[in-house]
Design a protein around this ligand. Sequence first.
Ligand code: DGL
Length: 259
Amino acid sequence: MNIGIFDSGIGGMTLLHQAMITLPKENFIFYADTDHVPYGTKTKEQVIGFVDEVMQFMIAHNCKAVVIACNTATSVAAEIMREKYEIPIIGIEPAVKPAVEQSAGKRVMVVATPLTIQEEKLKNLVKKVDDAHLVDLLALPRLVSFAEQGEFDTPQVEEYLREKLSSFSMEEYGELVLGCTHFNYFKNSFRKLLPPHVRMIDGSTGTVNQLKRILESRGQLEENEGNVRYFASGREWTKGQDLKRIEMLHKRLEYMRSV
Ligand code: DGL
């Protein structure tokens, strides 16, 4: 059987990349909902509808578990999908708790999409762990379109981030939480703008470890060929140029692991 991993776009490959390292013998279906990207500027109802379609696709493609590799989709749709479908659904969330624990009293900046930031789920999570009121939230929607256009190391990206961070005194921060899977592609640009002591953290490793634990506890870990099939809103990526793009993105994600 397969493990389904999906996002609105290429951001979810952050999680797929980690999953291929942790579970190299599993077969994966990766689904980027490119017809509907970005999710982060849509309504909650629209995103719930898109996620439901993806879930049906995953079930039709023999998935034993589905990972929502999209913080935005998790925040609005994970609970609803868990009520509707029987297979395990694991959703990535901004790593606010570990960030607050590690920040040693310094401030924590959470960057995410506008929808993730306005939703109750993140607000409740922050309320639960942020007794000292150290957490700030910042929406960075343009990073999603930059990533989808394949624009990573341009002056425009750096200018956008510089402008967005300019109203914060970043010296006061200890952690930057990457609360959108598209943002991992820009770790090097963040690094240039952040003081050296600020650490970047995201939820992919924790989510993949949770996936592994759940499959283990259900006796569903498998020794397969480690195949990955890639789909863009249901259409399989098979052309040479698509496969080249996938390879380039995996290379970039491998490089980002060292940033
Ligand atoms: N990558 C997604 C996330 O983690 C959302 C990007 C978008 O579609 O706005 O939130």
